[in-house]
Design a protein around this ligand. Structure first.
Ligand code: IMP
Ligand code: MG
Length: 184
């Protein structure tokens, strides 16, 4: 089967514009990120916190490339109030079971766009007094935001397009694509 036919089978016949990062490219970069993270944390407790749902595939691949002890938990966040207006508030719908105090926290995000999600979550997590707080994002739309202090590990600079696959969705579809595609 051709690559295009295979993609159409996965999407139910809906075309994607182009593949931006194929599965091999993702695998190679995730391996590099794992090595960088291993080197960055020589000691102390490390808790990898995946931000659901978008990071679920990235987290599962990334932790298998980190060669040191760690624990894994997830957070589910939701913004209060009117959808697109920045209220400056974020609520945790699922809170990690383990305490964060005294641990190195590595928050894992699928993609940074305006950076609002990360800024709010970082402030909320800092209140729990971790030993350190850093963010690892697979994709970063660097042109869309000012520098974000906690953003320490970035997989790829992303084009200003709408990307799907490898965990990223459009209205909950396309998360299962094994590559990242530009939807339109
Ligand atoms: P921010 O708060 O503006 O940085 O938005 C980040 C969140 O928006 C991510 O966690 C994604 O869920 C979503 N998002 C931003 N850009 C894209 C995209 O290109 N494709 C899919 N989701 C995106
Ligand atoms: Mg999303």
């Amino acid at each position: 089967m051709s690559a295009r036919a295979e993609t159409l089978r996965r999407t139910g016949g809906r075309e994607v514009k182009s593949i931006v990062f194929d599965a091999e490219t993702l695998e190679r970069r995730v391996t590099e990120l794992g090595s960088a993270i291993t080197a960055a944390y020589p000691d102390g407790d490390l808790l990898v916190l995946g931000l659901l749902k978008g990071s679920f595939i990235f987290v599962s691949d990334l932790v298998r490339r980190i060669e040191r002890p760690l624990q894994i938990d997830f957070i589910v966040a939701s913004s209060y109030g009117a959808g697109t207006i920045s209220s400056g508030q974020v609520k945790l719908l699922y809170d990690p079971e383990t305490k964060l105090e005294g641990k190195h926290i590595l928050l894992v995000e699928d993609i940074v766009d305006s950076g609002n999600t990360l800024r709010r979550l970082a402030a909320l997590l800092e209140d729990r007094h971790p030993k350190s707080l850093s963010v690892c994002a697979l994709l970063d739309k660097v042109e869309k935001h000012e520098p974000i202090p906690h953003l320490r590990f970035v997989g790829f600079e992303a084009p200003p397009a709408f990307l799907v696959g490898y965990g990223l969705d459009h209205a909950e579809d396309y998360r299962h694509l094994p590559f990242i595609a530009d939807l339109m």
